[in-house]
Write a protein of this length. Structure first.
Length: 529
């Protein structure tokens, strides 16, 4: 019985029931790449000292990182950042944070808080400045996150009191790139308060470090480029910076004064030396004209170029830039020779016994007082006579822009532009020809001016060319001749469109063109035209 039962049990539980089912799909194998964060973590753990860690980071920076691996890599970098004591390694990690944030497809909003937290315990000013630079990159990658940008601005405002100029520079860059009209700040014990970002930046126009003053001006210009209207009150501060001792500050101040002159051209500003008032664009024109005589040739170039874009200036002020006179308190100043000649003719000098016997004898007519700053008088004359050819070219281009919008000014600057045909630099001569061609509809050449123009067609440099050929290679000689041909062809085009005053001028021009055709047969197409 037991044997039979045992057999039944075995039979009952040993049955195989086959249930019909669908065929299982084949499994797909996925090859996964090794994690960048894991590889970096292993490398940093193997580093025996700061030099090795820095070498690993430099090698890692040369390799591309996928967007899905960026967050993990940043976490590893931040973890090692808190453990590292060497400033150079932390500096490299800080730069990698900004570099990784630029990865296509990665949104750095998930790591903003972690990067901001690193600022709290950082003692190295250089590393702190690099962290702020990385935050600037992160803010640029999140244009649709006003909350994140607002927080970054608050961080910048908090660190503006740092003693190091690099940190203050980066904070000002953050304010210029991310700041809005109203920046909420928090002060302990007083609760939230609101300050205009422009007032914060303008505070650092008077910073003790010239690099910070430059950064403040550039931050304000950045606000303007982003579409924010600069307050007119900034004008007075920018004008004071035109006389700064630092070249970069003066250069940025010129840009700032120009921007405000375009925003508020018809505003009335007082003249400090008198009770009179003047349009802001005219006042700015006079101040920028004064910078054409600056000690730095780069500032002179920038000032000359800027003058050419100030088309709203009054004609009276514009024409004085071509009047080169010695001025003292807006009155003509006699030279030392003139004063000595007058004293010699009078037969006596001041003895001091007679009251006011050496007082000025000239009477000042209030109607003849000129309100323009003395620095604007002869500004373009100084620019055209500058020792640097870059300044002369900038002055010629500025004259062109202003003359195109003012026919009367074009007639007055004609003599100065024709004189530039005798410049020693070929590039200046060529630019002068192009300028006369652009304003040809407003000018008429006199016979003496035409003589100067046609003198360019003559071989004025035969001796110099022979010397040049003797000491140069053939390739150099070809370049020299090609550049001279450019000038002749440009002059031919100028003669096509320029009006002349008399019939004799036409005959003179034709004779010179025929001489040019005999001397340079390759110019025949240009001459026949």
């Amino acid at each position: 019985m037991a044997a039979h039962l045992k057999k039944r049990v075995y039979e009952e539980f040993s049955k195989v029931v086959q249930i019909p089912h669908e065929e299982a799909p084949a499994k797909k194998l996925r090859l996964s790449k090794p994690s960048k964060s894991a590889a970096l973590h292993i490398d940093l753990c193997k580093a025996a000292n700061a030099t090795d860690a820095l070498q690993y980071l430099l090698e890692f920076a040369r390799k591309p990182v996928e967007a899905e691996s960026v967050e993990g890599v940043i976490r590893i970098l931040l973890e090692h950042y808190y453990k590292e004591t060497d400033n150079s390694v932390r500096l490299k990690i800080a730069s990698l944070l900004g570099l990784l944030s630029k990865t296509n497809g990665f949104s750095p909003d998930c790591v903003v808080d972690d990067v901001i937290n690193t600022l709290g315990n950082e003692k190295s000013h250089q590393v702190l400045a690099q962290l702020l630079d990385s935050l600037l990159v992160i803010g640029g990658q999140l244009p649709e996150s006003p909350a994140v940008r607002r927080r970054l601005v608050q961080v910048a405002c908090k660190l503006l009191s740092d003693t190091n100029f690099r940190v203050r520079n980066k904070c000002l860059q953050l304010l210029g790139f991310l700041g809005t009209m109203e920046t909420p700040l928090t002060k302990d014990g007083e609760g939230p308060r609101v300050r205009d970002v422009q007032s914060i930046i303008s505070t650092y126009f008077s910073d003790q470090d010239p690099r910070v003053r430059t950064a403040a001006l550039k931050a304000m210009l950045q606000l303007h480029e982003r579409g924010m209207k600069i307050h007119q009150i900034i004008y007075e501060q920018a004008c004071r910076l035109l006389s700064d001792d630092y070249e970069q500050v003066r250069s940025a101040a010129v840009q700032m004064v120009w921007v405000l002159s375009q925003l508020y051209p018809e505003s009335i500003v007082p003249i400090p030396s008198s009770n009179e008032e003047i349009r802001l664009v005219d006042d700015a024109f006079g101040k920028i004209s004064h910078m054409v005589s600056d000690g730095s040739w780069m500032v002179r170039v920038q000032a000359a170029k800027t003058l050419g874009s100030m088309l709203q200036v009054s004609p009276h002020f514009l024409e004085q830039t071509l009047d080169k006179k010695l001025m003292s308190d807006l009155r003509r100043k006699r030279t030392a020779h003139e004063r000595a000649k007058e004293l010699f003719a009078s037969g006596e000098f001041s003895s001091g016994r007679k009251w006011a016997d050496d007082a000025p004898k000239e009477k000042l007519d209030t109607n003849t007082v000129n309100l323009i700053a003395s620095g604007a008088c002869g500004a373009f004359v100084h620019g055209l006579e500058d020792e640097m050819f870059e300044v002369r070219i900038a002055a010629v281009e500025a004259l062109c822009q202003l003359a195109r919008s003012s026919p009367s000014f074009a007639e007055k600057c004609l003599d100065f532009l024709v004189d530039m045909f005798n410049d020693e630099i070929e590039e200046v001569r060529l630019q002068s020809i192009h300028v006369l061609r652009e304003i040809s509809t407003h000018i008429t050449l006199r016979e003496d001016q035409l003589d100067t123009v046609l003198a360019v067609l003559e071989v004025r440099r035969d001796n110099l060319n022979a010397l040049f050929i003797a000491v140069s290679k053939d390739a150099d000689r070809v370049c020299f001749q090609d550049s001279s041909r450019d000038i002749r062809e440009a002059l031919h085009e100028l003669l096509c469109f320029t009006n002349v005053s008399t019939k004799e001028c036409i005959q003179l021009a034709l004779l010179e063109l025929l001489k040019n055709l005999n001397k340079y047969p390759t110019d025949r197409n240009s001459v026949w035209k």
